[in-house]
Design a protein around this ligand. Structure first.
Ligand code: ZN
Ligand code: MN
Length: 261
């Protein structure tokens, strides 16, 4: 039995006394969504990655009885081959050290309070290795090694999109996750979850970006499509978004139940 009011999923909505009771009731899981403030073309808001990771986390938390921490609203620097680049207006980013330290502090604090399982749910491509590093340092700080009951899971939500969903949404035109920036996945999920924040009449239609195999710094701005999208959202729909959300939440929840009990 949870001492929390039915339907509670956000850690920020819980009072400290009920939180103590909840933590005393068994090994508990807190999900930390990680996003970004990043340009997403003319048809999606800057907060897209943060909003999507937060909403997916809340849906999963409702399925598995976890709580969701406040979302990391800024992320690591957008890169030209995966997010258009950090030179673009609206993109407001953290240095790697800042994101590593943020992750280390938040994960370490949750573990210190008695949260046994922390899940970092990433929604911004460039964050991943720095979240990983922050988790590794938080575990090292607390001397948590293999065999300990306490653990941290780390994932990017698009890795849960199944082959069936890919075929249903893209046909045979899937451009790859690195260039899914402002494209069909994010636009469809936003149309389903937050339709008032999508401006489809402004959506670009162009072939996927074909960046070189190397990174060049400083970037050559012309290599980012002028839309800011690395692939076009053509073919997006709220129905595709619903299908993607339901499938990802179902499979991710099943994985967390199997892994964390
Ligand atoms: Zn994005
Ligand atoms: Mn991103």
């Amino acid at each position: 039995m949870s001492p929390l009011p039915p339907g509670t999923v956000h850690l920020a909505d819980v009072d400290a006394h009920r939180l103590v009771e909840w933590l005393d009731g068994g090994p508990r899981t807190v999900i930390v969504p990680a996003g970004a403030l990043e340009q997403h073309g003319p048809h999606l808001p800057l907060g897209t990655d943060a909003l999507l990771s937060g909403r997916i986390a809340a849906a999963v938390a409702g399925q598995v009885g976890a709580l969701v921490a406040p979302t990391f609203s800024f992320g690591y620097k957008s890169q030209q081959k995966s997010g258009g680049g950090d030179h673009l207006t609206g993109t407001t980013s953290l240095d790697a050290q800042t994101l590593i330290q943020l992750t280390r502090d938040v994960v370490g604090s949750l573990l210190r309070q008695g949260v046994h399982r922390v899940v970092l749910l990433n929604g911004h491509y460039e964050n991943y290795q720095f979240l990983y590093e922050g988790v590794d340092l938080a575990l090292r700080d607390r001397g948590i090694t293999a065999g300990d009951d306490r653990c941290v899971l780390l994932l990017s939500y698009w890795d849960y999109v199944s082959d069936n969903s890919l075929a249903a949404v893209y046909g045979d035109a899937f451009p790859g996750w690195d260039v899914e920036h402002g494209g069909v996945l994010e636009t469809s999920l936003m149309l389903h979850l937050e339709p008032g924040s999508v401006w489809l009449d402004r959506a670009p239609d162009h072939p996927p970006a074909r960046p070189p195999r190397f990174d060049r710094l400083p970037v050559v701005p012309d290599r980012t499509p002028s839309s800011g999208c690395l692939s076009a959202p053509t073919g997006s729909s709220a129905e595709h978004g619903r299908l993607l959300l339901e499938q990802v939440v179902r499979d991710l929840s099943a994985d967390l139940r199997a892994e964390l009990g």
